[in-house]
Design a protein around this ligand. Structure first.
Ligand code: HEM
Length: 165
């Protein structure tokens, strides 16, 4: 009995339950430490779940982000920007950000838009290309046009932290 108890105690010590650090998520490249906060998402979320529902919830958001990123990474205008990027982390954090901003039940654990894009030197044309792919992805998902535009208007002020050239 004592032996069983001590084995249980040893296992408890060997496998502590620790919260995942979003700067060092399994399967992702580590990034410099930063403070985690929803405010890093760069926009106040829409009230209610109307927008989240119009995007078909998390599954719809996942499809939109994946299609937007697949197209951006394959687009000769922007492909070079994504070559050295950890796409696993980018997919995860963008899905969190979209879910959070659209009023879904998500927290945003990524970096601020300024921190994330500071060193990339993005130009207006890069932004134009990404937004084009986002619009196509939302269209394919069947998000109504006026809902697409409400979301794009919410993202628009982030531009000043993203486009630096
Ligand atoms: C409204 C527009 C945009 C939003 C909402 C957005 C959002 C994000 C988010 C959430 C991250 C991840 C933050 C993290 O890793 O902690 C990120 C990183 C990144 N974004 Fe954007 N982004 C936008 C525009 C763009 C554009 C136009 C490009 C290039 C065409 C771009 C390229 C990248 C790259 C390469 C990274 C990875 C940076 C790194 O790993 O150091 N983003 N973005």
């Amino acid at each position: 009995m004592i032996r069983m108890l001590s084995l249980t105690a040893m296992l408890a010590v060997a496998t502590p339950v620790v919260a995942q650090d979003p700067a060092h998520m399994p399967g992702e490249e580590a990034v410099d430490p930063y403070s985690v906060a929803d405010a890093n998402a760069g926009a106040q979320p829409f009230a209610g779940t109307e927008m989240f529902d119009a995007f078909h919830g998390q599954a719809g958001i996942d499809r939109i982000v994946d299609r937007m990123l697949d197209r951006s990474a394959a687009d000769p205008r922007t492909a070079g920007i994504f070559v050295a990027t950890d796409m696993i982390r980018l997919r995860r954090t963008l899905k969190e950000q979209f879910c959070y901003v659209l009023g879904g039940p998500c927290a945003y654990t990524g970096r601020s838009m300024k921190d994330a894009h500071d060193d990339i030197g993005l130009q207006p044309a890069d932004m134009g290309a990404l937004v084009e792919h986002l619009q196509t992805a939302m269209e394919e998902e069947g998000v109504p046009f006026h809902t697409q535009n409400r979301f794009l208007a919410k993202l628009a002020p982030m531009r000043r932290d993203i486009v630096t050239r």
